[in-house]
Design a protein. Structure first.
Length: 331
């Protein structure tokens, strides 16, 4: 039996037997603390067109920013708080942050305002430098971010590598990268000097290897899969589900550039089979007044999956136990 299924089976046996005393070990670990998940979108209480960013907080206090993108108002964003780790799935501007909001609630949910240009450093690097956070990425991205950190006068060793099949413990959270099927070119606008001009003139981007997703294992035992931008992959079954046993999934559903709602539902229902899912990257103003709008991709995905769907309303902190069940602010 694979690692993920073994883990789930042991948790279920322990729970059914009522083994929640100190000597129970594994069962106890599943209920010790909650992982908090806070979406940081462009408009308070909504799920908007370019919302990508989320903060994960381990029960031990370690805080992880995932795909800062354009909807975090820089390092001074009051919603951000302390950040220990920054994750970047790939180098597209809406994920690494080629520009950003100045403050929340500017413009409309379907067309937010991004007046602050963060090139060539990126919103991600600006935040990591100010927060003295560690940037953890895969592929060839660590060298790119190390150079950016050094250019900003920060410690380039704060850019750290974890490739497929390996893992890194940062602040008590185990981090690994997993394959994603997408593109991962660095726009010339993030570069300086002659190379930037040559690439721009040729209409091509610089390669930093394949894009990634992440699997995070938190100190309460919760395993979370962050899909990044991806299509359907065999690894979602073989690696994410069978080996790591992911119980909570953050899944892109935006279509055209990533899996659409039907494809994403297949990943959830047939490949990973988690306990719960948070949709992401919908590429639409998915909510109004905090409620999902009917006829949207988000509504189609919600109606197609077989597990609880938790809509990432900006600024609202959800809490998950070690089994992947939402236990607070679960709308």
């Amino acid at each position: 039996m694979n690692n993920g299924l073994v883990r789930r089976a042991l948790v279920g046996i322990a729970a059914s037997a009522g083994l929640f005393v100190a000597g129970a070990g594994l069962a106890q670990a599943q209920d010790d603390g909650q992982v908090k998940v806070t979406p940081l979108g462009s408009h308070d209480g909504e799920f908007c067109v370019v919302d990508r960013a989320m903060v994960f907080e381990d029960p031990n206090g370690t805080r992880i920013l995932y795909d800062a993108g354009r909807t975090v108002a820089g390092a001074d964003d009051p919603r951000l708080g302390d950040i220990d780790v920054v994750l970047v799935s790939h180098m597209h501007g809406d994920h690494v942050g080629d520009r950003r909001i100045e403050a929340v609630n500017r413009g409309a949910c379907g067309s937010p305002e991004f007046p602050v240009v963060t090139l060539p450093q990126s919103n991600t690097v600006d935040i990591a430098v100010a927060k003295q956070a560690t940037i953890v990425t895969g592929s060839e991205m660590p060298a790119f971010f190390a150079a950016k950190l050094e250019a900003a006068g920060a410690d380039k060793s704060k850019s750290q590598l974890v490739r497929f099949g390996a893992s890194k413990d940062v602040g008590g959270v185990k981090i690994t990268t997993v394959p994603a099927v997408h593109s991962n070119g660095v726009s010339p606008s993030f570069l300086t000097g002659p190379l930037a001009e040559y690439l721009k003139a040729a209409g091509v981007s610089a390669s930093v290897g394949p894009p990634t997703g992440y699997v995070l294992t938190f100190s309460n035992g919760l395993v979370v899969y962050l899909s990044g931008d991806t299509g359907i992959t065999a690894e979602q079954k073989m690696v994410v589900a069978d080996h790591y046993g992911a119980e909570l999934v953050v899944m892109n559903i935006g279509d055209t550039f990533t899996t659409g709602p039907t494809e994403a539902a297949y990943v959830i229902n047939d490949l990973i089979k988690p306990r719960a899912v948070i949709p992401s990257h919908a590429n639409e103003p998915a909510t109004e007044g905090g409620k999902v709008k009917e006829g949207t991709r988000t509504a189609a995905f919600r109606d197609a999956v077989n597990v609880p769907v938790h809509i990432p309303l900006s600024g609202r902190t959800m809490a998950f136990n070690g089994n992947g069940k939402c236990v607070d602010i679960c709308d």
